[in-house]
Design a protein around this ligand. Structure first.
Ligand code: ADP
Ligand code: ZN
Ligand code: ZN
Length: 746
């Protein structure tokens, strides 16, 4: 940023206008020392006062009337180090304005000036009293769980502790009241003295695979240049320990390390582990923190007091003075992609920051994304590190695939196959727990033959066709339509129809099939009330039910040791999503479900019901064969020109008048086609077609899918078309939203 010249160069936050023009403002005398590059200020603009970001100092090119900065918003610059550069890169990469990118980057900080204290809870009794205390809590298992969590770490807040023990904050309060937990106030600028900076966690001896991975990463970190690793390790292979050692190597090099986890619900366990190892050096950033807490953490990071940062997606913007390491756990998770407003991918931002800072990126996963897998292949930019064995040598659970077509043939048209039914009865008999997992209900209706498993697909896009209210089957990418066949075109069965049962129906049928069993259900209906999610989990954990029925949310990050059977009710809902990532998602989901089973002392079993038992995403997941999956899926992606062999963008058009919308989307298509032929005919413009969710809150949604081998060109073409369309307003009516490399297209 330019530092010379009397006028501040400011990007004004003109929401909704995609302009990056820099305006010059004079700095009033009383602000001279405080307005710096990276400061957020208030400026007069038109008749209003708007926020703006100081990007440098200089002179206007022409003689213009320069106005004065009206005030300063933060007491210190908010955009420091590499962050201004990252904002410019985001504006380029994701087609937003630089001001929008600035806003996104500082969002985790929030404009809070008050710096309230934060209270961390610790056990209030000596270690040797533990057994006594726990036996006193025999009839309060939830409180015992909270105490156990509190004992593990170097202090969690009330909310964090409740989340870690999967109970409500009221349970924590009860322990405080009983004098078993005490709250220590922590000043905004750090944890109290005495909290050892090194932490006190015991370090296990690394196994040879971990050791090799740690050595390679540590060497790269010490080298001080950019480097990227894909840490591919089966579930339970000890990736977290590798992260912890890698972080220690960054600290030894005098740099900071950021670790991202995909979901808030996963952070409490991680926070405990991190605080055990790194004590007061840890800062936590996620959206559930209170504004005061978030601000405290942001300050500690910026000032270098907390060089170990742990957080969810937006923590990738943490203001470290000298980042040396970025770790992304479960790098394949779609939650790393922001799915509204600026659609950035945290993995891409981390890679960019690492390039700017000369830092190392570690992407960890048991089921790496195809993008990362390709880059870790021969000649690719990532180095591949493998952890092929589970730490405890416990075998991965047995996965059985149940062919639902066979059930149909033999007259069973119910939700549960005979195999699943008898497996559940077996668990009920032994007093063990079962989890019945229903993939998220298809947001569009899939038509499938229940006798042969056929799903009609678009011949051009290889995307499952979905059934629409107009009675037609439609491809959401290219808008190919066809009539709903009366008989299956493959086997002539009459049983070709849309399908998919909700959790409620599964619950009803489970109650009929397993009379007397204690059944719980968890889905967005039954868990809309805040906290009921944790209540259901902890009740199940305490053994208050035999069967838990739920959707996606029960598949993630949960160690429920009493579960010895997982039934996947229908793998096909994910497998036939109208999205090119459907097979990948199915594979990841099944692998994840399997990885979570049998983590306790008991061995686990997974039963997967499907009408497509021969599909490679199911056969490979059933034998935990990740590489086998890539061998089948990669050629499909390559043949059809989908990522990772190309880049794909979705242009979403919305309007409350469907005719205007169709007209607008059609016009956009024409403009895009014209620009594409001028540039490069390798770019494909598909559609317009209704989006899978074709109407939300009274607004209709249509889309164009644009794909091409080169990301830069794809972006330029889209940018040019957006500018053309902008010129046609107000005659051109729809709102447009661009998503480059979306994780899903709804
Ligand atoms: P992943 O993240 O790869 O699924 P985790 O990091 O959760 O696996 O590790 C699984 C378990 O193994 C954890 O309980 C962890 O503490 C333990 N563990 C990791 N490394 C070692 C080691 N070298 N020796 C003993 N236990 C280990
Ligand atoms: Zn058929
Ligand atoms: Zn199509």
């Amino acid at each position: 940023m330019k530092q010379n010249g009397p006028y501040a160069e400011i990007i004004v936050d003109l929401t909704a206008r995609r302009t990056d023009r820099v305006f010059h403002y004079a700095v009033p005398a009383d602000l001279k020392d405080r307005v710096k590059p990276g400061s957020r200020v208030l400026v007069p603009f038109g008749g209003r006062r708007l926020a703006g970001y100081v990007v440098g100092f200089g002179f206007p090119e022409r003689d213009v009337k320069v106005r004065e900065i009206a005030g300063i918003i933060d007491e210190e610059p908010v955009l420091t180090g590499d962050l201004p550069e990252i904002a410019r890169w985001m504006a380029e990469s994701y087609l937003c304005s630089t001001a929008e990118a600035f806003g996104r980057i500082i969002a985790p900080r929030l404009a809070v000036k008050a710096t309230r204290e934060v209270k961390l809870l610790r056990p209030a009794f000596p270690d040797d009293k533990l057994q006594e205390v726990l036996s006193g809590l025999k009839h309060a298992p939830k409180q015992a769980a909270v105490l156990r969590e509190a004992l593990r770490g170097a202090g969690l807040t009330r909310k964090e502790l409740a989340a870690a023990a999967q109970t409500s904050p009221a349970t924590v309060d009860a322990l405080v009241k009983a004098g078993l937990l005490e709250a220590k106030a922590v000043p905004p600028s750090g944890l109290p003295g005495g909290g050892s900076a090194a932490g006190s966690g015991m370090m296990p001896l690394l196994n040879p695979d971990q050791d090799k991975a740690v050595k390679e990463i540590a060497q790269a970190v010490a080298g001080g240049g950019f480097g990227a690793f894909l840490l591919y390790g089966v579930t339970g292979s000890g990736k977290t320990e590798v992260y912890l050692r890698a972080i220690a190597s960054a600290l030894a090099a005098g740099r900071q390390a950021v670790t991202l986890v995909p979901e808030i619900s996963l952070t409490p366990q991680m926070i405990g582990l991190f605080r055990e190892r790194f004590g007061a050096l840890v800062a936590v950033l996620h959206s559930a923190l209170a504004p005061g807490e978030r601000y405290r953490e942001w300050r500690r990071i910026k000032e270098g007091q907390a060089p170990v940062v742990l957080g969810t997606r937006s923590a990738v913007f943490a203001p470290m003075p000298g980042p040396g390491l970025f770790i992304i756990d479960e790098e394949h998770e779609p939650t790393y992609k922001q799915d509204d407003h600026i659609r950035y991918h945290a993995r891409e931002v981390a890679l960019k920051r690492a390039q700017l800072a000369g830092a190392v990126v570690v992407l960890g996963s048991a089921t790496p994304s195809l993008e990362s897998w390709l880059r870790a292949g021969r000649g690719g930019p990532y180095r591949l590190l493998r952890l092929p064995h589970r730490v405890d040598e416990r075998p991965l659970p047995k996965v059985c695939v149940v062919d639902l077509r066979q059930e149909m043939k033999e007259g069973n048209r119910g939700i549960f196959s005979r195999a699943l039914t008898s497996a559940v009865f077996e668990r009920l008999g032994k007093g063990e727990q079962t989890l019945l997992f229903l993939n998220r209900r298809g947001y569009s209706t899939i038509v499938m033959c229940r006798e042969c498993g056929l799903v009609l697909k678009c011949v051009r896009c290889d995307i499952s066709l979905s059934y629409h209210l107009d009675g037609l089957l439609r491809c959401h990418y290219c808008n190919y339509t066809t009539d709903l066949p009366g008989l299956c075109p493959r086997c002539a069965s009459r049983y070709i129809r849309h399908f998919g049962a909700g959790t409620q129906r599964v619950e009803e049928e489970a109650r009929r099939t397993f009379p007397g069993a204690r059944i719980m259900r968890m889905d967005s209906d039954s868990t809309s009330r805040k906290g009921s999610h944790e209540r259901i989990f902890s009740a199940f954990r305490q053994g208050e039910a035999d069967i838990l029925i739920g959707t996606q949310m029960i598949a993630k990050g949960l160690d429920l040791p009493g579960i010895t059977l997982v039934g996947v009710i229908n793998a096909d809902t994910t497998l036939h999503m109208p999205d090119f990532r459907a097979a990948e998602r199915t594979f990841q989901l099944l692998t994840q479900v399997a990885g979570r089973t049998g983590r306790g002392e008991l061995h686990g079993e997974v039963l997967v019901q499907t009408y497509c038992p021969e599909h490679y995403s199911i056969t490979t997941a059933s034998i935990h064969d990740c590489e086998g999956f890539y061998r089948s899926e990669m050629p499909v992606r390559r043949a059809l020109g989908y990522p990772p062999y190309s880049h794909l963008a979705r242009l979403l058009f919305t309007h409350d008048d469907e005719e205007e919308l169709k007209k607008g989307a059609g016009l956009a298509k024409e403009i895009l086609d014209k620009i594409v032929t001028e540039h490069d005919d390798l770019i494909d413009v598909l559609g317009p077609a209704p989006a899978p969710l074709s109407k939300i809150k009274g607004r209709f949604r249509w889309q164009l899918v644009v794909k091409g081998p080169r990301r830069g060109l794809l972006r330029d073409v889209i940018k040019e078309s957006l500018e053309e369309l902008q010129k046609l307003r107000p005659a051109f009516k729809p709102a447009i939203n661009v998503d480059i490399n979306p994780q899903g297209i709804l």
